[in-house]
Design a protein around this ligand. Structure first.
Ligand code: NZQ
Ligand code: ZN
Length: 386
């Protein structure tokens, strides 16, 4: 097992009807900016619940943060924060709203002139404006981690940021929010969380027995609950397990003491930046090719995964490992998620070269658990995903 440090300060408030507990978590004299997305919270009652809970607070609102939170829109919220003297941010939404709020938390205290530098220069946020979240869609784990991904349409970029100052102070997780999610978002959430686990697991054996079992149990639980939740998102038991799996998949716990990959996300983010494909779907496009391309360095973990998660008991290490990849792809298909780029766009030819060039221009640091993948490897992996 590798050396590690672990600190996760986010308080989780989990369960039915917990939104009403918001006042206990926010300082009484706070001037709050409540941030949300395109309006789903106004259709499913979450908006009213939050407003009712905060009726004794001074609350400003900023709605309209789109999926893949857009930098130019966030700058408008930043202006409000600065001009109105906002002291506390409350994200009510999914990964996009929470990530947008993390950017604002950082940008509100940023001393430089151009807040885009936080992303372009990968400036770590040690301290941000305090914020909490009310999660409305299980998927990213952003509600209990310190990372964010921001999109800039003007330059077709999607870049990450983070730092210890960007953990939410608290996150309210009421699984009842799942019942209004459309099938597409349910499938996205399962796929995103599943791939988060893969990114922290599908590397090489590191003798971290407990972390491996944690990871495998999250994947098994997601596999088990996915037909139930797709059939009936108002199934509270399935929804609560779904929500907790997604949070646990990316709150830092399972990555401690093990090598991590994250190449699938790095390549997937480019597909979202170029084609606007949903985040989770880009992962389903890239992951199978990534594992096939890197078969020799990942086969031990692929075989362990096939055995323990998919009950593949027959065959050599290579045969089991191959079955593991096939099972993963079949799982995505069972969620109605297509795994080839050509199923999302007709203009896929040339994509691999464009992405490889982008990575080169940004200053190549190497991808994968050994930082050994070059832009030409990326090009081949994306080509295999066509
Ligand atoms: O905008 P509204 O109208 O609210 O609709 C949203 C949006 O269209 C809708 N929705 C959310 N809750 C709902 C609901 N519809 C009905 N009922 C509800 N209860 O769902 C749509 C998708 O929302 P979004 O927040 O975009 O989804 P998700 O949570 O999947 O977030 C995706 C973003 O997070 C980033 C992705 O790159 C992407 O930008 N990620 C963030 C990570 C992190 N911070 O740790 C890690 C991830 O790997 C990922 O990169
Ligand atoms: Zn993800």
């Amino acid at each position: 097992m590798l050396n590690f440090e672990f600190k996760n300060p986010t308080k989780i408030i989990f369960g039915k009807d917990r939104i009403e507990e918001l006042p206990k978590e926010i300082p009484a004299n706070a001037k709050i900016l409540m941030l949300y997305g395109g309006g789903s919270i106004k259709l499913n009652g979450i908006y009213e619940q939050v407003k009712e809970a905060l009726k004794d607070f001074e609350v400003l609102e900023f709605g309209g943060i789109p999926a893949n939170p857009e930098y130019e829109i966030l700058l408008k919220a930043l202006k409000i924060i600065k001009e109105q003297g906002v002291t506390y941010l409350l994200a009510v939404g999914g990964g996009s709203v929470i990530d947008g709020t993390k950017f604002l938390s950082s940008a509100a205290l940023y001393k430089g002139d151009d807040p885009w530098e936080i992303l372009s220069k990968a400036i770590r946020t040690e301290k941000g404006m305090p914020f909490g979240t009310v999660l409305t869609i299980p998927a990213t784990g952003s509600e209990m981690n310190s990372g964010a991904v921001i999109t800039r349409a003007e330059t077709r970029e999607k870049l990450g940021m983070g730092g210890p100052g960007l953990f939410p102070e608290f996150s309210i997780l009421d699984p009842q929010v799942v019942k209004t999610l459309p099938e597409r978002q349910l499938a996205n959430g399962i796929t995103d969380a599943f791939t988060h686990v893969l990114e922290q697991y599908m590397t090489y054996p590191a003798g971290a027995q407990l972390q491996d079992r944690f990871a495998e149990s999250i994947m098994q639980t997601l596999i088990e609950l996915s037909p139930k939740i797709l059939k009936d998102p108002s199934d509270y038991e399935a929804a609560s397990n779904f929500m907790w799996c997604c949070t646990m998949a990316l709150n830092g716990l399972i990555q401690k003491g093990v090598p991590t990959d994250w190449a699938v996300h790095a390549m997937g983010h480019e597909l979202t930046a170029i084609y606007g494909i949903d985040h989770a779907r880009t992962l389903a496009i890239v992951a199978p090719s990534h594992y096939r391309y890197n078969f020799s360095s990942k086969k031990e973990k692929l075989a362990q995964y096939a055995e323990r998660v998919w009950n593949v008991t027959e065959g050599s290490v290579e045969e089991k490992a191959k079955a593991g990849i096939d099972k993963t792809e079949a799982f995505f298909h069972s969620l109605n998620i297509a795994t080839s780029l050509s199923e999302y766009t007709e203009n896929y030819e040339g994509t691999a070269a464009v992405i490889a060039k982008r990575f080169t221009e940004r200053g190549w640091k190497g991808l994968g658990e050994r930082k050994s993948l070059s832009p030409s490897d990326v090009e081949k992996i994306i080509e295999m995903s066509y």
